[in-house]
Design a protein around this ligand. Structure first.
Ligand SMILES: C[S@@+](CC[C@H](N)C(=O)[O-])C[C@H]1O[C@@H](n2cnc3c(N)ncnc32)[C@H](O)[C@@H]1O
Length: 284
């Protein structure tokens, strides 16, 4: 690959190195934005395509939840921008970030928008992609492993299991008006899904639990919280809908965490024995 890179103009080399797809807008002066999923934290869970992109990027604009181990994969030549640090109000951030992406794509071949987990799972990737397409900027999504599956997995909790759960719902616990649709139907979720995986749910958990109990879930329903899942500092808290709020207070358990509710949580004790090990990544 390096020989091919040397024999062609820099910007074309990079695009070919990271993708065989045609650009949406094949303008010679505009680069391409890649909405890249960083996965949940363990650098071993970054996709091969994603790692190649980070090694060839001219600019990387990354979110606060992207782990330091993933940031180490970025080419030392790349300009790196922490979008999290630019955070004022959330809506302002989104507009600013999109403008920055458009501006950077004007002068750089490979612009990576690096997001935790998967860009299209509670990651605003869909909104950014629409804005970039509307602005005529070539854009491509590169999926990542979402924390809602990987964090439970690293804690020995499969989100489905033939003996325990044949359905799973991924839902936001952040119901602020204007952020996500505020009308999460907890009643329908409690009745229709055997596993419930909640993103951004720690702060609002007392309220969510009372809605799930009203909908018919039992007080002894198992629940687990996984903080910084798949990272070396992963923390786990396991209890029931009856006990978990006291446990959170007693242990001062904090976000960001994934919440898993359902019988699959009972597998934690047995399957955590086969917990994955974080492998060091060779960046050379
Ligand atoms: C804005 S959402 C982004 C989700 C991300 N796009 C994904 O696919 O994982 C942020 C929430 O994802 C969850 N999250 C992200 N990374 C996590 C991790 N390593 N461990 C546990 N939860 C995580 C937390 O619930 C956090 O509040």
């Amino acid at each position: 690959m390096s020989q091919q890179l040397q024999s062609q103009p820099q910007s074309r080399n990079k695009e070919q190195a990271v993708s065989n797809k045609e650009t949406i807008n094949p303008s010679s002066s505009t680069g391409k934005v890649y909405l890249l999923g960083a996965g949940p934290g363990d650098p071993g869970l970054m996709t091969v395509k994603g790692k190649t992109l980070l090694e060839h990027a001219d600019v990387v604009i990354y979110d606060a939840l992207v782990s330091p181990a993933i940031l180490q994969m970025i080419s030392p030549q790349a300009e790196t921008i922490n979008a999290g640090k630019r955070r004022g109000r959330h809506s302002k951030l989104q507009k600013e970030t999109t403008e920055l992406l458009i501006q950077k794509a004007e002068n750089n071949a490979v612009v990576v928008r690096l997001k935790g987990g998967d860009p299209f799972v509670f990651g605003r990737g869909g909104e950014e992609m629409s804005d970039l397409i509307a602005a005529g900027v070539p854009v491509e999504v590169v999926p990542g492993i979402t924390s809602g599956i990987a964090a439970p997995a690293y804690a020995g909790i499969p989100v489905t299991h033939r003996g325990y759960s044949s359905s799973v719902t991924f839902v936001t616990g952040h119901e602020a008006v204007g952020k996500y649709r505020p009308d999460v139907n907890w009643d329908a979720i409690a009745k229709g899904s055997e596993t419930i995986v909640i993103y951004m749910g720690v702060y609002n958990l007392p309220n969510i639990i009372s809605k799930l109990l009203e909908a018919g879930l039992k007080l002894d329903t198992p629940i687990a919280l996984i903080r910084w899942g798949t990272r070396s500092d992963q923390e786990e808290l396991v209890g029931t809908l009856d006990t978990i709020i006291n446990q959170i207070e007693a242990t001062e358990f904090k976000a960001p965490a994934i919440v898993i509710i359902g019988r699959v949580v009972d597998l934690h004790a047995q399957l955590a024995l086969g917990r994955p090990i974080m492998l060091p990544i060779n960046n050379s």
